[in-house]
Ligand binder design. Structure first.
Ligand SMILES: [Zn+2]
Length: 171
């Protein structure tokens, strides 16, 4: 039997009982404690999965959520962060997994960095790993009056640009 209920109610029920295997479908829009979802047990899934998705969409739940095994892990993960996890935390843990395919790492975790921020962090780590410049030798790049980093004839910035072959975002 397909059923409808609020998202936190589903997550909470998975903490105390096993639902039959199945999938949760979501409405459009931001998820919060009042979001109503549709649960379709595997037994009710048509051979053709698209037909099931279409059926869910017709009922107003066009977004494929998570299967109940994963939802149970998500709910247990939230309770591990806070034994008295409230509805907001359960929903946040669900939304985080749904969006980023990862368990919420901490109660106040911010969203994981996108590819651009990840690259910038990698660049910064590399830049900083070059260490301080010694002023005994001048950077060999023309017009640069900085010193050199260890095992290089360039300063941090110009060593970075030689290795990465693009402008250095740091000074
Ligand atoms: Zn330089």
């Amino acid at each position: 039997m397909t059923s409808q209920g609020t998202l936190p109610a589903y997550l909470r029920s998975l903490l105390t009982a096993d639902l039959p295997n199945g999938w949760l479908y979501l409405p459009h829009g931001e998820l919060d404690e009042t979001t109503v979802c549709l649960f379709i047990p595997s037994d009710d899934v048509d051979e053709d999965e698209d037909a099931t998705a279409n059926k869910a969409a017709e009922l107003g739940f066009p977004i494929e959520g998570l299967d109940n095994q994963t939802m149970q892990d998500v709910a247990l993960g939230a309770v591990r962060l806070d034994p008295h996890a409230n509805d907001a935390l359960l929903v946040r843990a669900f939304a985080y997994y749904h969006r980023f395919d990862a368990f919420l790492p901490s109660i106040d975790a911010s969203d994981p960095p996108g590819p651009e921020q990840a690259l910038l962090k990698m660049d910064r780590d590399f830049y900083e790993s070059l260490g301080p410049e010694t002023l005994e030798l001048r950077c060999r790049r023309e017009g640069c009056d900085r010193g050199t980093v260890r095992l290089s004839v360039f300063c941090q910035k110009h060593h970075f640009e030689m290795v990465r072959r693009r402008p250095c975002p740091f000074e």
